[in-house]
Design a protein around this ligand. Structure first.
Ligand code: CAA
Length: 241
């Protein structure tokens, strides 16, 4: 049992929930950050006992205040899982600036915000695990997702740069690129589009949130210290790189 403090953004629903629960089962002291769905967060807290904190990860000042509160109440963050993300799917010729900005700020600027706040303490302590949740669509693009693909692709580049900067400090920085996972986000994809996508997944099914959580737990381990700057694709074979 590790007892290390792990923070998961978007940690009360979908993939984030599975990550939070699996880390807890493995002995981490987990906190989950959520943005807006109070009802889901309360239910999650009641069912799991995991403390929840509400702030907007797209806002730097809120990340700073929130992470300091977590440090005081639970302890300094040792494992950071940047999972929070949204979609605003629409082709570029119909995309508003707001749809671009919402996705880039929530999915990518949030990763800067959270990492920037925790990185100095991780470096000082000589230990840290940062795991950023990217996407298959940041690797190969997706019709209707110029905003999302740009943000997720940005996460993959950010991960490699941060990994290089912190490799000598005991801090590893890795990404997971999930494929299509059975969550509320993917259920919003039009039915006929989703059918075609599933037909292109060699394993023949959508992913489960736990499939991604297992990858996070692996990268979070103390003895995963030689794995940094990597992207772990968990996509049922939909894209092989
Ligand atoms: N490739 C090629 N053509 C496509 C296409 C694709 N992937 N998707 C749609 N099209 C085509 C359609 O066939 C249609 O062509 P015709 O007019 O010739 O029939 C045309 O584009 C318009 O399609 P729609 O009627 O669907 O148009 P729309 O404007 O109503 O919606 C859309 C377009 C918003 C892109 C919609 O198709 C959509 O939501 N697609 C799903 C996008 C997607 O996969 N998002 C992933 C969400 S999950 C996620 O992001 C998690 C993760 O990390 C994997």
């Amino acid at each position: 049992m590790t007892g290390r403090v792990a923070l998961v953004t978007g940690g009360t629903r979908g993939i984030g929930r599975a990550i939070a629960e699996m880390l807890k089962d493995r002995g981490y002291r987990v906190v989950a950050v959520y943005g807006g769905n109070v009802e889901a967060a309360e239910q999650f807290h009641q069912e799991t006992g995991i403390p929840v904190y509400r702030w907007n990860v797209a806002d730097y000042a809120e990340c700073e205040a929130g992470i300091h509160k977590v440090a005081e109440e639970v302890g300094p963050v040792e494992v950071l899982v940047n999972n929070a993300g949204i979609t605003r799917d629409v082709t570029l010729h119909k995309m508003s600036y707001e749809q671009w900005e919402d996705v880039v700020h929530t999915n990518l600027s949030s990763v800067f915000n959270m990492c920037r706040v925790v990185i100095e303490s991780m470096r000082d302590r000589g230990f840290g695990r940062i795991i950023n949740i990217g996407s298959i669509n940041g690797q190969i693009g997706q019709y209707g997702q110029a905003n999302y693909a740009a943000a997720k692709s940005g996460i993959h580049g950010f991960t490699k740069a941060l990994a290089q900067e912190n490799a000598k400090k005991g801090v590893t920085v890795n990404a997971i690129a999930p494929g299509y996972v059975d969550t509320d986000m993917v259920r919003k994809v039009p039915h006929e589009v989703l059918e075609k996508i599933i037909a292109g997944i060699p394993v023949g099914r959508l992913g489960r949130a736990e499939d991604i959580a297992r990858g996070v737990c692996f990268l979070a381990e103390d003895n995963a210290d030689f794995i940094t700057g990597a992207t772990l694709s968990i996509n049922g074979g939909q894209h092989m790189d």
